[in-house]
Design a protein. Structure first.
Length: 256
């Protein structure tokens, strides 16, 4: 065998050996880095703060828990909500402009990694459950006090929903300890219930009770059943109906 060919074969064998050693070391390192702490960057656009903890159970499975918090703030993307959900209804749009919300959500999930690499890398499917609560104390409703005068009532309360869904995602290593987690598509569906009340500083006349009830019943909330109760001291609004959502976003995390 010629010396040149022998040198080439030796170099190739050395390169293959080093690559195998590196891959084995990487797998060994990843099998000991079982914890992931991640920040959801996309949530910041929606005025939310969202973090997730993921724990690797086996090479191709893990559990994760996400917590999302939004301080009291105006609704994000009000223009989109107005254009595609509410439409031109003036009273509902006035309520939307004055509304401030806070929310909290917790989402446990179980991940199945589909690729061969495992240990928190590659494409995954994750069935999940989500509990979410939305609160407000600034839902302002305008009603007729007389034929020519208007008055307002401020309602407060919360909307709670429970949903289940499946998330398709993918996760990569950007460095020895840095993850990039892409939530590609995560539809979820369930039920929502809301309970809102408001009181007035003076007793409502029968005429005022009638106009207030009509304003609450005319609120344009798609696919939601409304129950309205009005008395001399104020009003109550109960909501019940289907609730759907979509998980998507990008998270960056640290694994250890």
């Amino acid at each position: 065998m010629k010396p040149r060919i022998l040198i080439i074969l030796c170099l190739a064998f050395t390169a293959i050996s080093l690559k195998a050693i590196a891959q084995n070391k990487e797998s060994k390192d990843l099998s000991t880095q079982l914890n992931h702490i991640k920040l959801n960057l996309t949530a910041l656009v929606f005025k939310n703060y969202s973090v997730q903890y993921e724990r690797i159970l086996k090479k191709r499975s893990s559990v994760a828990l996400s917590i999302r918090v939004m301080p009291s703030t105006s609704l994000p993307f009000k223009a989109w909500i107005r254009d595609y959900i509410i439409g031109d209804d003036p009273e509902t749009n006035k309520t939307l402009d004055q509304l401030r919300l806070s929310n909290f959500a917790i989402t446990p999930e179980y991940r199945f990694y589909l690729g061969k690499k495992g240990y928190g890398r590659g494409i995954y499917i994750a069935p999940f459950y989500r509990f979410a609560s939305f609160k407000t104390n600034t839902m302002v409703i305008t009603y007729q006090s007389t034929l020519t005068q208007q008055n307002t009532i401020v309602m407060s309360g919360k909307m709670v929903n429970n949903t289940v869904g499946v998330l398709l995602g993918a996760q990569w290593l950007l460095g020895k300890n840095i993850d990039l987690d892409l939530w590609i598509l995560g539809p979820h569906y369930g039920n929502g219930n809301g309970d809102f009340t408001g009181t007035t500083s003076k007793q409502l006349t029968p005429f005022e009770q009638g106009t207030l009830k009509k304003e609450l019943e005319d609120l344009d909330i798609p696919l939601t059943h409304k129950t309205v109760e009005v008395n001399t001291n104020g009003a109550s609004l109960f909501l019940n109906g289907p609730w759907a959502g979509l998980r998507a976003g990008i998270s960056v995390g640290f694994r250890f």
